[in-house]
Design a protein around this ligand. Sequence first.
Ligand code: SF4
Length: 437
Amino acid sequence: MKLNIISPKWPEHSLWGQIVFRFPYLSLTSLAALTDDKWEVAVIDENCQKIDFSNLPDLVAISLMTPLANRGYKIADQYRSKGVTVILGGIHPTMMPGEAAAHADSLVIGEAEATWPQLLNDFKHNQLKTIYRPTGFHPLVNMKPPKRDILPPKTYFFTNTVQTTRGCPFNCDFCSVTSFYGRTYRTRPVAEVIREIEPMAGRHIFFVDDNIVGKPSYAKELFKAIEPLKIRWLSQASLSIAQDRQLLRLAQKSGCKGLFIGFESLSQENLKAMGKSVNQVKKFREAIKQIHDYGIGIQGSFIFGNDHDDQTVFEDVVRFVEKSHLETAIFSVLTPFPGTRIYDRLKRENRIINTNWDLYDMNHVVFKPARMTPEQLQKGLYKAYEKLYGIPSIIKRLFPLNKNSLFFGIQNYGFRMAWLKTIKQSAITKQHITGKK
Ligand code: SF4
């Protein structure tokens, strides 16, 4: 029996579709690991490989985030028209099961660990149900290591992605983490994480946790156990890490080279409204210095278009990023992903102006902002990116050079290239806001 596990490609107009330094989605290799050896499994990431519709498997599983949903539905429809059974799973089908069901023989809602083996068994016996929903959350013990060896060689920047925790103790209104994982923060046994890392080729690891320091006592135990492995690692963390010097020291000693951190806004009112009061704007500079003092670089994330943002937000944020020497930054427009509180609120306020999921890539305005027009928000985002990934800003942010400058220099180069390709698509942006071709 043959199974294809697929991630659809990002829309062409999206910055994320242009990224050159890719790493594989853990969801694909994890699902492959949950599949018993009697299956012949292929993992296809359409961002890197073409789907061969002439070579039909018995079963197709497609993992969908919201911006990939339209493309995923097309792939599903094409396979189904040829008689292949299609399963849809991931965050978008979990939040929009009614919509996704029209393109699938069956849906996997939420985490797949508990339901996938049963689904495969039902399929074999011709008893596939239309929906598989777990009764609780996986305890994250005895997890099978993802099947990384199934990935096509030389396709990714690196393949060492590992998850140590799921969920986040916070509940920001724009974020789908808590709606997908519930108000849980679960951790894997440290010994199991170490067993997974030890045999890996290469000493660079990306921990794909949403917040690796969500439970500081666990993070400290993990970092202590990692230290002897002499790895270099990156992950995502909340800014709360800056309040705990012991945690920072242990992160540094264990090989942490950089963290993706959501600052989100320079307005405390915005942060309060989104439920991220853990971020205190007046302490941002001090927190950044603290993290930098431990040799850890920062990729800061900022969201434009919150209700207290006017047109001054773009310059203010770029200036802040440069003055604080954030090594890289990601700018997004507020995006009301289905399943989030911001989606419910903007829908209630009749402010969602576009439901084409292709545009839910965090780079395109799909709602009416409170203090500017959608077009002003769109242009502001583009101008802010243009400045951020211009050579003068890159130099300003990366100097004086340190041990991490090479890595972050490469990352800035990657983002600059992706950005330059993205602006070629700006006609699409204009068209979707004005409705004119
Ligand atoms: S801190 Fe980050 S991961 Fe946690 S809920 Fe907020 S945005 Fe999501």
